[in-house]
Write a protein that binds this ligand. Structure first.
Ligand code: DC
Length: 218
């Protein structure tokens, strides 16, 4: 199987780029952030604070997560319920970042991610795909952009969906999330030694897609 890993901070455009690349190559796009989001949402549903280690990990034994592909679109099922929309709500972002720092949560999600890559040609995006989940991926990219550009992109994206947010709040959240994600002890956000760095601050979506596609020889 061919595995392509795309890591990078929140809002760098990983999911839009990976989706487009997957479509062109006929690969499955695996959005691993969705899994951490679902774990975060599960805690919120149970009124458990997402930085409460024992509370969050205590839910894991009764948690069933599944990824399904409906018309090529990834859907996340949490204990049988489709939570694909709920996990996109703004409060799910920080919830995901909090629970993702817990080693038990990362271990819980490891096999699900590796199994997808074992049985499919995948392009998988996240924070630790090239470093931890798929260290042997044939292609690895680290996609980033300045915090301001990323906050601006998120702002537009949410606005388009009719979700009302404040740009400065988004920027602060992105800076906080970058810090959380790259300073945690377990599988922090970092560029794999053998990943290609792409800074998309001055690129549009098409240029970012091209920057990746042009490096892939199948
Ligand atoms: O990619 P995203 O914004 O949907 O991810 C939400 C959070 O999940 C992110 O802040 C950190 C965490 N995450 C992670 O730790 N490892 C991954 N492979 C993907 C996401």
């Amino acid at each position: 199987m061919i595995n392509i890993a795309i890591d990078g901070p929140a809002g760098a455009g990983k999911s839009s780029v990976a989706k487009a690349v997957a479509k062109r190559l006929g690969f499955i796009y695996v959005d691993t952030g969705a899994l951490y989001r679902a774990i975060g949402v599960n805690a919120l549903k149970h009124n458990i604070k997402t930085d409460d280690h024992d509370g969050v990990t205590g839910l894991l034994p009764e948690t069933k997560l599944e990824l399904k592909y409906i018309d090529g679109v990834q859907k996340v099922f949490l204990n049988g319920e489709d939570v694909s929309e709920t996990i996109r709500l703004p409060e799910a972002s920080m919830a995901a970042s909090n629970v993702s720092a817990m080693p038990e949560v990362r271990a819980f999600l490891l096999d699900l991610q590796r199994d997808m890559a074992k049985s499919n040609n995948v392009i998988m995006d996240g924070r630790d795909i090239g470093t931890v989940i798929l260290p042997d991926a044939q292609y690895k990219f680290f996609l980033t952009a300045s915090p301001e550009v990323r906050a601006d992109r998120r702002f537009r994206e949410l606005k388009e969906k009719g979700i009302d947010v404040n740009y400065d709040d988004l920027l602060q959240e992105i800076i906080q999330r970058d810090y959380n994600d790259s300073h945690r002890e377990n599988a922090p956000l970092k560029q794999a030694d053998d990943a290609l760095l792409i800074d998309s601050s001055n690129m549009d979506l098409e240029q970012s897609i091209e920057a990746i596609i042009s490096k892939i020889n199948l």
